[in-house]
Write a protein that binds this ligand. Sequence first.
Ligand SMILES: [Zn+2]
Length: 323
Amino acid sequence: VVPSPDVVQAAADRLSLHLGVVAAASFTGYIRALDAAVRNSPRPANQILSRPDLTEALSYSLRVAHGHTATLIQQAWQHGGGDPESIYRHAALSGAAGALNELRGQIDGIVREELGTPAPDPAHRIQQAVSDAVTKVVTRMRMSLESAAGASHTEAVIAEGRQLQQQGQHVMKVWRSRLSRRTCRWCRELDGVMIPLDDDFPHGDPVALEQSRTRRVATPAGVRRYRRSMGQPIILTHPPRVWLGRLPGPKRHPRCECWLELHILTEAGPPPAPLRSEEPAERMYVRASDIAELPEPQYMGLMAFLRAATHELGQVLRRLKGL
Ligand SMILES: [Zn+2]
């Protein structure tokens, strides 16, 4: 059973907060030790950075933070209901680990820069800068966790759709967005878009910013779409890059509140009648009598499928025309 998107979101929020606290706390001991070292013996940066007690303290902090992060991301993934062997789960874990690994180099740079600057109280500035760097890395890891929860839920929804498809149902997937004030332009455009289960949602190449001609907001619809007032130039920003170059469903970007739903077009009718032997196998047209002979559920199913396909085509055309 696929969990509801609200439950997944609530679990991700809770785990993300928890990650923020424990991952940051993993570094307090190291930051204190570094501060004491700089205050007590303000030697050249090289000597501070190569002190075995400090390098060991940093390695320990990184290990502890990594352990917490991996555990909490796994939990977020489990809440989403996705396949534990998914590449998206591995991507979230390695994304978080990558963010952590950068911290060592960042701290190195901070200590060298601050000790090389002839300003008073380098210890205080180092402590501030290192704390800020930790906060930034922790924020990135929290985003990895939140993305993992969303990707896991999307996977679970698609897996459920495949099951229904195997049972003979016509299943499409639909992008849903909260459409709150926080919803970005990209998610707003995807809201309600319905596509086949195995397709990617349109995620767009970077927008070529048009230099030759500035388009301006000219209609009330434009005011809502671009959130600028009448007559202001329209600024198209680049869409956020998608995870692993694909967009099978939400999330579109960090802090995205969208989710995926299935749309079951109809129960499948009886299997299509085999071609009568006297009919040429490659008949390319459909006669009115063929349609009249269709069983009612199959006819309704085809009509619903056509409506969905037309809707999708309409969305594509609207995007192409920039509407
Ligand atoms: Zn979104």
